[in-house]
Design a protein around this ligand. Structure first.
Ligand code: T1G
Length: 677
């Protein structure tokens, strides 16, 4: 097999080139080729300097994550990097694209770094539950100081080439289209520099205050994660006066601990699961896409406004329709306010606000949607309303346009049947707030055309959503699994648990909030029959007293004017009244373990049923839904991955203990020692 690495001589400069699509990951062949290339340059007396660069879209984007968990083939990345740094001739890293993880570490092992202005460098290992394991935690602080090293390693976000240059991580900026030539010229310029600058030989300026401050200000963000603390500890070690060798030994030990841990396995699982979710097994990757140049959104409420923003922010014009002028004005006003708030935080430029608002066309007439390539309805969640609307759209919108419903539960096939073009109908279920939440459930109707699906999946990536294909069933994937969780949570109240106890267990598990906090946020009155005299559940009793959640400063909790929750004595009374009225047994002590078994295990069971019915393509898709739609802790890998780490036999036993009908596939997988696929 030919090596992905070749060497090219440019006079007295040897250029070592990696050509290993898709991202020049530093797999064994690349490492072996790099090592051979540098050795060639060192051994050749006619070579005065070397350049390392990559073909394709990016400089090395990191270690090859697919190799993790397998026996490591020599040479290891640290060995290659140390060899580069120890070379007695200058080695220049020529960076484009994203020099990430091990890629960043290779660059830092080089004596000099040159990058195109559009390049980014970073150490995102923490997002995989890891840390830079090839010297990054020791070299970055030696070059750029403790503060930036903490930001880069413990948060994992890449920085721009210009910021990297200001910090000394990049020595020079190249022309956007002349990287190789500029790198060769730069190599010639430094060829006779001695001593060669080696990051490992620099000292770190201690900054204990910065470390403590960083820990404090990120405590909430890092809650539950192992990797951030390990990254901080490695940078702290580098700044402790320890030798580079001791720092490396510490880094290696911390890296191995993380690599062997469940959290990193979970986060690596999600890394690949998210990319796998973008693939539809029976839709070829080269399916021609329908061009989407103009989008129509019907409904300018919270959802319609948020949905519109996704497209406006991606530079796609939106025509937004409402029935009444005041609702339309309110809706467009909220969109502007959201953009202005983002600009005020410096996250977008003021001119981006005007560009987005300039691409928004408000109207009261559906006829103005005639030339849209995609129309998304976000109107009242009622089947009759949606069927009537789609019937009208069928007569207005041009042929070939995609008609999408943002419904979160309803039958997309039934909606499609109200048009003469069911093949053009699809569900696009955004999660509130639609301009923030990354998940998009793409609901595939019986007749939805393959190019419609391919188009929507590609569009999702363009508007920076994580899309997962769901089949038509009540609640699709996410909300369908939410249902048994909420039902069991309500039953637990009848049996003696309190809302705050159930929520506390979920928050301790790593969820952003528990079932009752979520109800109060979304609205206790969502889906309520609105008849205060008809009280058939605890929820009805709350809704009847206008305890609709945060919006009425009372729901399962009481709220002060700043929406801070506190346990509600009135809710405790309501539960007690309801318990007595329904003749339920006296309340009992309920363990946290039982709360997990009763509320999380049924979600796994529902996920197994979803897979049995073919309403999700794969178990990992279900994990992606829950990570990006509901904030399931990524370090637990999603409900289905977590079930595997819990042990399927334990899940099945827990479900049976509480009288839950266990899905056949779950039972079989538990019995065979397999897993849900
Ligand atoms: N290893 C293996 N495959 C990778 C990969 C990697 N590092 N990065 C991407 N891929 C695959 C990906 O699965 C997909 O495959 C294809 O490349 C395109 O990716 C020792 C231990 C670089 C910003 O964490 O952030 O170095 O689906 O769809 O949107 O300290 O990929 O086509 O078959 O994401 O243009 C650290 C992870 C590793 C970077 C490009 N590095 N990658 O984004 O394309 S750990 C990372 C990314 C490490 C060292 C440590 C992104 C990207 P397929 P894509 P993209």
């Amino acid at each position: 097999m030919t090596s992905p690495i070749r060497t090219e001589r440019h006079g007295d400069v040897l250029v070592i080139v990696s050509d290993s699509p898709p991202v020049n990951a530093l797999g064994a062949a690349v490492r072996q080729g790099l090592e051979a290339g540098v050795k060639e340059g060192v051994a050749d007396a006619s070579i005065t300097a070397m350049v390392i660069r990559c073909d394709g879209r990016t400089f090395f984007a990191g270690a090859d994550i697919t190799e993790f968990g397998k026996p490591m083939q020599e040479p290891g990345l640290p060995t290659v990097i140390d060899m580069i740094e120890a070379a007695d001739k200058p080695v220049v890293a020529a960076i484009h694209g994203t020099a990430l993880g091990g890629g960043c570490e290779v660059a830092l092992g080089c004596h000099y770094r040159i990058a195109v202005p559009s390049a980014k460098i970073g150490t995102p290992e923490v997002k995989l539950g890891l840390l830079p394991g090839a010297g990054g935690t020791q070299r970055i602080p030696r070059i750029a100081g403790v503060k930036l090293a903490l930001e880069m390693t413990a948060k994992g976000d890449p920085i721009s080439a210009s910021r990297a240059k200001d910090a000394g991580l990049i020595d020079r900026l190249a022309g956007e289209d002349s990287l190789e030539a500029d790198a060769i010229a730069f190599a010639r310029e430094v060829a006779s520099n001695r001593p060669l600058p080696r990051a490992s030989e620099k000292n770190v300026t201690p900054d204990p205050e910065a470390v403590e401050a960083f820990r404090k200000e990120n405590a909430r963000r890092f809650r539950g994660f192992d990797a951030p603390a390990a990254n901080i500890a490695c940078v702290e070690k580098a700044a402790s006066g320890a030798s580079f060798a001791d720092g490396i030994a510490f880094e290696r030990a911390e890296f191995m601990k993380l690599m062997m841990g469940v959290q990193s396995a979970a986060q690596r699982h999600i890394f690949f699961a998210e990319r796998q979710a973008a693939k539809i097994d029976d839709v070829p990757a080269d399916t021609p896409l329908r061009p989407i140049k103009k989008v129509g959104v019907i409904g300018a409420g919270t959802m319609g406004g948020g949905i519109s923003m996704n497209f406006l922010s991606a530079g796609i014009p939106v025509t937004i329709v409402e029935m009444q002028q005041d609702a339309l004005d309110r809706g467009t006003g909220v969109i502007r306010k959201n953009y202005e708030a983002t600009a005020a935080k410096g996250r977008i430029k003021p001119e981006a606000v005007e560009a987005a608002m300039g691409a928004l066309t408000p109207t009261l007439s559906l006829d103005d949607l005639a030339d849209c390539d995609l129309v998304i309805e976000a109107v009242y969640e009622n089947m009759d309303v949606k069927k009537e609307l789609f019937g009208k759209l069928d007569t207005i919108v041009k042929k070939g346009a995609i008609l999408a419903s943002n419904t979160s539960y309803l039958n997309v096939d039934e909606i499609a049947a109200s048009t003469g073009r069911p093949e053009d109908v699809v569900g696009m279920h955004f999660f509130s707030p639609a301009n923030v939440m990354k998940l998009l459930e793409v609901v595939r109707g019986e007749k939805t055309a393959k190019d419609v699906l391919a188009t929507v999946m590609a569009l999702a990536k363009k508007i920076r959503k994580v899309a997962v294909v769901a089949g038509v069933c009540h609640g699709f994937i996410g909300n369908r699994m939410l249902a048994p969780r909420q039902i069991e949570a309500m039953k637990l109240l009848m049996e003696g648990a309190t809302p705050e106890q159930v929520d506390k267990v979920h928050v301790a598990f790593g969820m952003p909030m528990g079932p009752f906090q979520m109800s109060d946020l979304a609205g206790v009155d969502i889906g309520w029959h609105r008849d205060p005299t008809r009280i058939e559940s605890i929820r009805d009793a709350l809704a009847a007293e206008k305890r609709w959640g945060q919006k009425t400063q009372a729901g399962f909790y009481d709220y002060d004017e700043r929406r801070n929750p506190s346990p509600s004595p009135r809710v405790a009374e309501i539960i007690e009244e309801f318990r007595q009225k329904s003749g339920a047994p006296a309340p009992r002590e309920i363990s946290d373990e039982e709360i997990v078994e009763r509320t999380l295990y049924p979600m796994v069971n529902e996920g197994a049923l979803i897979l049995e019915e073919g309403k999700a393509q794969r178990a990992s898709d279900i994990d992606v839904v829950w990570i990006y739609g509901y904030g399931w802790p990524v370090y637990r890998g999603g409900p289905m991955f977590w079930a595997g780490t819990e042990g399927l036999p334990k899940i099945v036993a827990g479900l049976e203990k509480h009288g839950c009908a266990v899905a056949r596939s779950l039972k079989d997988a538990a019995a065979s020692g397999g897993r849900l696929k």
